[in-house]
Write a protein that binds this ligand. Structure first.
Ligand code: PLP
Length: 423
């Protein structure tokens, strides 16, 4: 179609680089979520709230590295933190350092955790939280939810444990469905844990409702199963994450993304009695020895970012602006097949089924799969042409450097799209 033809014409260098990448990367790709057909745009650099592609096109960054880019690009405080670590500490010291304790203590206080351990990614944090839950309970089965994404080997987009090494250990329930969860617990007596995003991220920015959150807590407790709250994406939604905003009482919490200050990061923490399965003073403890999990760049930039940049005030302001943007977008989409779900600084454009309103969308099955929607692809292509870099599936993550004028300009661009293409 015409928009795709213009896309190809506007990105000759990206096309050429993609051709070259095919020789050494499967499909020219090393991050599945960044693949777009016919080829992905090759990003050359980022600064502030903008990115530029190899063809010189400039975009306002609404992808924000799938939420990890909360600080925007080239934040001066983080640049300084990284440079300081490189020149005065080193990168990997091969020994225990005081920087671990300093950052762990900040994160424990902020997210209400007794103890925590660092890892290299959110995926690893979840893998190790699950290992802790299995060791602590002596059980194997885990309940997850359709549409959930807990990392590359822990993805449940279509209700199955895709890529998982132990698919038989998983029970996949519908999100926001209390009865379904009760039935799963009745049918399975040996559940080690329930793992939950309190607002689904990759599943399409769909928040959990309060009754469902209460049920996850009470049903897991009754069954002797642990409640693992995956805050890898949602920790940005309040000063103490969604755990703080919604007063949740999980047994374990996993963290990731922006908390590495731009460096690879993951962490899992919570109840001291559970975390003690990783206490090396005990001969029966679980091993967890990742080479890079105490690297100095992450420990310094993460600590400085969390303590000096993403303070409680900044978190509250960003999420308030996100709520305002979502309301404005829903107004712009009124009368069209689209609407926007989400919470705070995270949101996603959807075509709901059966005329559902955004607040009534409870799970992935309430919205049309984006792959089926030519209009959604057109939306993505036209937003690119208007200078807005979004994720193909329609998800948006704000970064703290995006100014109000750019958010308003985006709403205007959405209004223009609706007028031109939807009537
Ligand atoms: N959990 C959630 C909720 C996520 O959104 C992600 C990444 O998108 C992960 C876990 C995995 O984190 P990572 O990509 O750092 O492995």
């Amino acid at each position: 179609d015409a928009a795709t033809t213009r896309f190809v014409a506007n990105h000759p260098k990206s096309a050429e680089l993609h051709q070259g990448a095919l020789a050494s990367l499967p499909g020219g790709n090393t991050r599945t979520a960044l693949w777009t057909a016919p080829f992905p745009i090759s990003i050359a650099r980022g600064e502030g709230y903008k990115v530029w592609d190899e063809d010189g096109n400039e975009y306002n960054d609404f992808v924000s590295d799938l939420t990890a880019g909360l600080y925007g690009h080239s934040h001066p405080v983080l640049q300084q933190a990284l440079v300081q670590a490189i020149y005065t500490i080193g990168t990997n010291l091969g020994g225990t350092t005081k920087y671990e304790q300093r950052y762990a203590s900040l994160l424990c206080e902020r997210f209400g955790l007794d103890l925590l351990r660092f890892s290299n990614s959110g995926t690893e944090a979840n893998i190790h939280a699950l290992a802790a839950a299995r060791r602590f309970t002596g059980r194997r089965k885990v309940i997850a939810f359709r549409g959930a994404y807990h990392g590359s080997v822990l993805a449940f987009a279509n209700g199955v444990a895709a890529n998982n090494v132990d698919p038989e250990d998983w029970i996949v329930c519908q999100y926001n469905d209390v009865v379904g969860l009760e039935e799963a617990f009745q049918a399975n007596k040996e559940v080690a844990a329930v793992i939950l995003e309190a607002a689904q991220g990759s599943g399409g920015s769909i928040p959990a409702n309060p009754e469902f959150l209460d049920a996850v807590r009470s049903l897991s407790q009754e069954a002797g199963a642990l409640f693992i709250l995956d805050e890898v994406m949602t920790s940005r939604l309040g000063p103490g994450g969604l755990k703080g905003v919604l007063q949740l009482k999980p047994d374990l919490v996993t963290l990731g993304k922006y908390l590495g200050g731009g460096m690879p990061f993951g962490a899992f923490g919570g109840r001291a009695d559970i975390l003690s399965v990783y206490d090396p003073r005990s001969s029966s403890s679980l091993a967890h020895s990742g080479t890079f999990q105490n690297n100095a760049l992450m420990l310094n930039a993460g600590f400085i970012g969390a303590s000096q940049v993403y303070t409680a005030d900044v978190a509250e302001a960003l999420n308030r602006r996100g709520d305002e943007l979502r309301a404005a977008l829903n107004k712009a989409f009124e009368g069209t097949i689209f609407c926007v779900t989400g919470r705070g600084s995270l949101m996603c454009v959807h075509a709901p089924k059966n005329g559902l309103r955004p607040q009534d969308i409870a799970c992935k099955d309430d919205v049309a799969p984006f792959e089926d929607l030519d209009l959604k692809k057109l939306f993505w292509l036209e937003m690119l042409e208007a200078g807005f870099w979004l994720q193909l599936r329609g998800s948006i993550a704000l970064n703290i450097q995006l100014p109000d004028e750019v958010l308003s300009a985006f709403v205007d661009a959405v209004r223009g799209f609706c007028k031109k293409n939807i009537g």
